[in-house]
Design a binder for this molecule. Structure first.
Ligand SMILES: [Zn+2]
Ligand SMILES: [Zn+2]
Length: 282
């Protein structure tokens, strides 16, 4: 049975009970929050069996892993298949032996990565289990909660598997990134976005310093994010929590950025103006 220590609020793993900080630094940051009744640490072995996993296949080559009920921040994990092995994207902190076996049966893990420090979960455990690198952006290294030799620092962009490239866009965190999968969406290209570009309720996009605390980003940073992914072909994006812009994603991301910047720069004179409405996928 695995024994790892997790912050209950964000679900990130820590190496041992012996050297825990007073509070989880990721949750004490203004992008997250501490629980009113204080920090809670969990040993994953103590909650074994409290959650279950559901697997689905949103498109060929992608397995989505949901944890029910949600654990930590509640991201949906993606396993992305390439000819050289699988990328495990944004694993939950909740993990058990059955899931390790299920992923082994699907070809195991050749690389582990996430968009930013909130959605790291048990990445180090997965990386160790499969002797795979866990890619962590250099500009966010102060947020590493579980130092380990499996961590491979990177910056700007890094091809991690054939057709799979991490792209640093910044914004939410300085090292916030997306994973670009060139052959996804029938070769039109896919971005796995985490919180870097959020897919929101009406299947358009948004960009925030803090989602739970509603702290926006500057126009400069929103432009920086859109510009960072512009060189890559993409037609579909997967957000962190199961929402997808199924196609036409580049247009929708551009129009969403324009809308966002218009609001935060007070450029909108008529809030009922119909041209502000972004049409859904065409
Ligand atoms: Zn935390
Ligand atoms: Zn986040």
């Amino acid at each position: 049975m695995l024994s790892i220590i997790l912050c209950r609020t964000c679900g990130n793993a820590y190496p041992s009970n012996d050297d825990l900080p007073q509070v989880c630094p990721i949750c004490a940051d203004d992008r997250q929050y501490l629980l009113e009744d204080g920090q809670v640490w969990l040993d994953v072995s103590e909650i074994a069996g409290d959650h279950r996993f559901t697997l689905s296949e949103p498109e060929p080559g992608v397995t989505r892993i949901d944890v029910t009920p949600d654990f930590g921040i509640g991201q949906k994990t993606m396993l992305v298949n390439t000819p050289a092995g699988n990328l495990l994207w944004e694993p939950s902190g909740y993990i058990d032996d059955d899931l390790l076996q299920t992923v082994t049966d699907r070809g195991g893990v050749a690389a582990v990565a996430s968009s930013h420090p909130h959605l790291v979960g048990a990445s180090v455990v997965w990386a160790r289990e499969f002797a795979a690198p866990f890619y962590f952006n250099t500009d966010d290294r102060r947020w590493i909660t579980h130092p380990d030799p499996s961590i491979e620092l990177w910056r700007d962009s890094r091809q991690i598997l054939p057709g799979l490239t991490l792209v640093q866009a910044g914004g939410h965190f300085p090292g916030s990134s997306v994973a670009h999968w060139a052959v996804g969406a029938d070769d039109r290209g896919v971005l796995f976005c985490g919180d870097t570009i959020a897919v929101v309720a009406n299947r358009t996009a948004s960009f925030m310093r803090s989602y739970p605390n509603s702290i926006p980003l500057s126009p400069r940073l929103v432009r920086q994010i859109v510009d960072a992914v512009e060189p890559y072909d993409y037609d579909r994006i997967y957000g962190a929590f199961g929402s997808t812009i199924d196609h036409d994603a580049r247009r929708i991301v551009h129009e969403s950025a324009d809308r966002y910047i218009a609001w935060v720069t007070d450029a909108i004179r008529d809030p009922d103006e119909r041209s502000l409405v972004i049409s859904p996928v065409s």
